[in-house]
Every structure is written in C-alpha cells, then in structure tokens.
Design a protein around this ligand. Structure first.
Ligand code: CMC
Length: 428
C-alpha cells in the first residue's frame, strides 16, 4: 500500500488534501476519515456503493472483469481442485492447509458437531412450521450461552475452537431446523462422515431407512458451499463487521449476519428465483411475458444483477455447469432448468439488461442444485448461510485482529423538522 499520493478537494475556496490509498490490485480510495474534523463536512453515499469501510486481505472481486479470488486464488481453481473445508481454512486461517492440518481440522469438525443436550430443547420451543432461518439465527446466537469461555477470544487456540464449533454446529442446527419443520425425529451427527455427507445424512435419514448420499450429491453440495464461502463486503458480511465493531462476540456477530442474509435481495434471492421459475412453469406467465414485466419494472428478474459485478458473476458460471452435470448424473429432468436457460438467453440479448449490465448472479442456478438435492425452498437461505459461515468468521477475525478498530457509526444528513415547541395534548 502506498500512502504518499493525495487528492485535492476545494470547499468554499478552502483547499483540503485527501490521502489516496491503493490496494494490492491497484484499487484507489480517497481517505475521508478526517474530512469532518478538518472541513466540517461528511460524504453522502446511501447504500455505501462508493464507500470502503476497511482494509481486507480475504477476497478480491473485480466486478468489471467478473473476477473473484479468495486470498489470491481464483474461484474457478478452488472450485476445480479444492473442497469446502479446505477453502474455509484458507479463508479463516489465511493459507491453504497441509494435508495434516486439514485432517486435524476435519477431526475437530467431526468432534464439535454435537449440540449441548440443553440446547436441543430450544428446537422443541419453536412452532411446527417455524422458518428454519429464524431458528438458525436464534440457535447460533444461543451458542454464546453454551460457550461462555469463547465470548472473549484471546488466543489462537480459542479462535480455532470457536471456528470448529461454528462451522460444525451450523450444519447440525441447519439439519435439525429442517427436521423440526417436517415433524421428523432428529438424527444425530456422525463424526465418521465427511462434512457434506454428514449433513445430507442428518437431513434425510429416517428411522429404519438410512440415507446414503451419492458421491455426485456430496460433490455438488460441497461446490455450492465453496462458491458461497465469501464475497468481501456484502450486506451480511458488513453486518457481521458492524456488530463486531462494538466488540460483540463472534456468535452474536455471525447470528446478525444470518438475519441480514435472509432478505430477498441477498441470500433470499435463490428461493425467489425458484418461485419465479415455478410461476412460469405453472403457466402464470411465459418467459417472454416475464421479461416484459421486468422491463416494465413490475418486478425484478431474480438471480440477475449485482452491485459489484457488471459482467458475468464467475460463481454463476461454476454453478450453471454444476447444475447441468448434477441433473444429468441423477437423471433428473427439471423443467425449471430449461426455463432458466431460456430466460438467460433472452435477457442477455435484450437492451434493457445489456445497458444496465445485468447478468446472472450466484443465485440464478444455485436453487436448481438444491432442488436436485431435495432441499426444500425455505431451506435455501440456510444453505447459503452454511456456505458463508467461513467468510463471516474470517471478516470478524480480521477486524478483531486490527490494532485500531473504531466502532462503526455512520453519519446522516438530517432532513426532519427544525426545533419546535412541545404541543400539549389538549392543543393537538
Ligand atoms: N431485474 C431488473 N432490473 C434490475 C435488476 C433485476 N434483477 N437489478 C437491477 N435492475 C435495474 C434497476 O431497476 C435499475 O434500473 P434503473 O437504472 O432504470 O432504475 C438498475 O438496474 C440499477 O439497479 P440498482 O437497484 O441500483 O442496483 P443495486 O446495485 O442497488 O442492486 C441487486 C443490486 C443485486 C440488489 C439488484 O441487482 C437486484 O435486486 N437483483 C435481484 C435480486 C438478486 O438476484 N439478488 C442476489 C444478489 S447476488 C447474491 C447476494 O448478494 O446475496
């Protein structure tokens, strides 16, 4: 990072020098952190589209070129050669692990999968059709009550323990929330199974009928989780950092991230895509009608567009290929895949989408993979949360390790009434 350049800002004839910051990929930022104290003004940036809130060494996104890298490694290479657990270690601990390190961490994940028996009672308190995302965020936050020793993380070992607990238990809680919503008995985690196999086993085994997930299903789930593992300063990650900036503990911070992820413009988009495709399949409107309605701004084409990508989202390419392969290998003929491809083809030739640079994002094809794995639609954001867990943890930790972190506290431009006198009830 060079810190020698400055940019000049003139307000009311007064000149101010703003330091220019450059990242390792030559991204340029103007440092306005002292602007208010020097010039009495603030910057205005609703949605934070032009605001850099931190230095980060975790993920790099170039939205113009459609590039995503985790710790420098292209997402395409990780998707081809790595696994979710290994990629999570890369994000959280900073480097690809050796074989021994990876196996030791896998063992930790296996050992940490169980929930405290008292925590299990929480599931009984939720109503039968409680949304699994509400259950997930509540139970993840509750973990803080069961691990008071990890509310203040001071050492490397404490951090490793917290990472293993969160990454392992999120999978157990996700599966249990589904079982609860289906009125099925809970299947305990089995430490002898791999990360994805264990999850699918907990989801779909029923008494007297063990579910044995196919290698194709495990591979597709692993890839789904891997491509969701981090995406720099998105809404949920920024929420984790916002909450963490008050020195809130890791469990509380990631639980807040889960809540932020739930919205349809973020992690809720994958289920919105499937609903949209289902409407077309049911004949509520055709593919062409759908595009016309989007152009009239009656609704948005879900799974399209991105704040940062103004080109193909590289994750969408990986997942499209994965969805096609998975459906072929499981011999599933899902009409929704044909509809999605048709929508994509028309949209990518249409001026409305071209001029706004709207391309398929990670959510456009991911729901088709989850459907093929028999994961119900209300579990889709939960699956996203499982995948994003390492990213949230990595960002919380990066912030926690900084020498000087300030509490996140944006300013505003006040547009309410000027001072006025209180009106007594009898006079209103
Ligand atoms: N369909 C139709 N028009 C769109 C869409 C879309 N999906 N996305 C953006 N636009 C239009 C928007 O109407 C606006 O047009 P105009 O200039 O005429 O007013 C223009 O494109 C710019 O939109 P914006 O709202 O300023 O873009 P944004 O950067 O604030 O929003 C977004 C990004 C992802 C929320 C948005 O593209 C969107 O709503 N997409 C659909 C939901 C979705 O797929 N979300 C998943 C995002 S990727 C994974 C994740 O982050 O969780």
């Amino acid at each position: 990072m060079h810190k020698s350049e400055t940019a000049t800002l003139i307000i009311d004839g007064q000149t101010y020098e703003l330091p220019v910051l450059r990242g390792t990929e030559d991204e340029v930022a103007l440092d306005v952190s002292n602007l208010r104290s020097q010039a009495g003004v603030i910057t205005f940036d609703p949605g934070y589209a032009n605001t850099g809130a931190c230095y980060s060494a975790i993920s790099f996104v170039d939205g113009e070129k459609g590039i995503l890298r985790y710790r420098g490694y292209p997402i395409e290479q990780l998707a081809k050669f790595s696994s979710f657990v290994e990629t999570a270690m890369l994000l959280v601990f900073g480097e690809l692990p050796s074989r021994e390190e990876r196996e030791a961490f896998r063992t930790m994940l296996g050992d940490q999968a169980l929930l405290h028996e008292d925590l299990m009672h929480h599931f009984e308190g939720f109503p039968p059709h409680g949304h699994p995302m509400a259950i997930l965020s509540a139970v993840i936050n509750s973990l803080g009550a069961y691990h008071p020793d990890l509310l203040q993380i001071e050492t490397v070992e404490e951090f490793r323990q917290a990472v293993a607990k969160l990454m392992s238990k999120v999978r157990t809680i996700a599966a249990f929330s589904y079982r609860k919503s289906m009125g099925r008995p809970i299947i305990y985690p089995d430490p002898s199974r791999s990360y994805c196999e264990n999850f699918l086993h907990m989801m779909f085994t029923v008494p007297y009928k063990e579910h044995v997930p196919s290698p194709e299903a495990q591979k597709a789930l692993d890839l789904f989780l891997l491509v969701h593992a981090d995406h720099e300063q998105n809404c949920s990650c920024s929420t984790v950092r916002m909450v963490g900036s008050s020195e809130a503990n890791l469990f509380a911070s990631v639980s807040a991230g889960i809540c932020a992820l739930w919205g349809r413009l973020h992690g809720g988009a994958n289920s919105a895509v499937v609903h949209m495709l289902q409407h077309i399949r049911e004949g509520d409107f055709t593919v062409k009608d759908c595009i016309e309605k989007v152009k009239k701004k009656e609704f948005r084409l879900m799974g399209f567009g991105h704040r940062v990508y103004k080109n193909f989202d590289p994750r969408a390419k990986v997942l499209k290929e994965c969805a096609t392969e998975l459906l072929n290998s499981l011999r599933i003929n899902d009409r929704l895949l044909d509809i999605a491809q048709e929508l994509e083809e028309i949209a990518l030739k249409d001026e409305f989408f071209l001029s706004r640079r709207l391309y398929p994002n990670v959510d456009f094809y991911s729901g088709l993979i989850l459907r093929a794995l028999n994961i119900p639609v209300n579990m889709f954001p939960v699956m996203f949360a499982m995948g994003r867990m390492p990213g949230w943890i990595a960002h919380w930790h990066e912030q926690h390790m900084e020498e000087s972190t300030r509490i996140h506290r944006p300013r505003q431009v006040y547009v309410g009434p000027n001072i006025r006198d209180y009106v007594l009830m009898k006079d209103r």
